[in-house]
Design a protein around this ligand. Sequence first.
Ligand code: SF4
Length: 431
Amino acid sequence: MSAQDHIARRGWCPGVRRPMATGDGLLVRLHPFGGRLSADLARLVAQAARQHGNGHLDITARGNLQIRGVGEDTYPALLAQLDREGLVEPEGEGPNRLTVLSPLAGLDPRDRCDTLTLAQHIENAAASIEGLPPKVFVAVDGGGAMPLDAVGADLHLVALGHDAIAFGMSSSDNLHWVGASPLSRTPDAVHTILSGFANLRREGASEARRLRDLEPGLLRELIARADLHPAAVPARRSAPPRAGVMSHGNGQAVLLALPFGRCRTEQLVEAAAWSERFGSGEIRLSFTRGILLPMIADEHVSALIDEASRAGFITVPNDVRLSLSACPGRPDCGSALTPAPADALRLAESCGDLLRQGATLHVSGCTKGCAHPGRADLTLVGRHGGRYDIVPNGSTRDAASLHLSLEELMSRLSPSNTLDDLRGAFSEGRP
Ligand code: SF4
């Protein structure tokens, strides 16, 4: 069977069985449960990416790992190799993996429930649902140090206590909390909502591919069927760290970030080696588009950070590159209208002080917004001719206020030192 028989169609999510054609060849996405890989498997993936792809990997905003630049001629051998290692998703057209977790799952002392077990029960309960759109996913959040509020899941589950799970729904501007269920009933409640959604699509009552796009009346009916009880809204938490060291009781977890989630195969091999030398021999892919190494003994933390910095990882939370999001852009993505990562780095030169203060900048090669589904202080959406649509304080789905070239953007950003300056620089009325 040729690669052409497998290639993902529009609206599907790429996987291993179903790669996606992009500007730099086929993209093959792996979905390990909980984002976990042993050091051995990480090395194997790196070696496969070198042999069958162009040596570039991405860590996605759902904590998946994608191999880039795979040739149509080498794809069948890659598929067979990953299948032998159990790294191929199940057959079928639904989500390749339904749940997204904190990379600290099972270790975070602030988590109020065992999110790994809960996520596994949800995966099992939902596995039989036919017709669930492939992009649907559920964030399973224990309420700990790495909130998943911004991942853009269809359903957000947050532990309120040891036996109460709050249910939240994403909308274009926020999360709306719709009730809670006891822990043991949560997988059934999730199944009720998702199977109801799939039924609506099968019956032709809706063509929505995400819960957030469902007609509000239909969504209310689905939620009512899940029999949730009224509950307090989860307390707001600080945004999750993107890099640095976190204590978890059995040692330290070191979160290594990668500019734009882009990882060279040598970096993955090095991370695997550090996990064996300094930690538990496990790496965890993070929804923050980095790699978390758990269970690092205190005395090894500084050596690990030194080596990781030299290998090109971002190791400190105040690195300005962490305020930037950019998708692969041109030429790597066939849908891209602009070279988003290169443009993002150029723009960062114009507004380093602003980024150091925590302002967020998202540069997207098209309206899909793969790199960052949520809002940013400034979102730029690529258009023809290297220009950008400008969305202050919004996402790629929001209406643009302006349409500018890169040079025009840089000249407006240069004098901006505060968020107020930034808002003023891109208000419509500005000359
Ligand atoms: S946002 Fe658009 S251009 Fe960027 S990777 Fe996604 S599809 Fe490609």
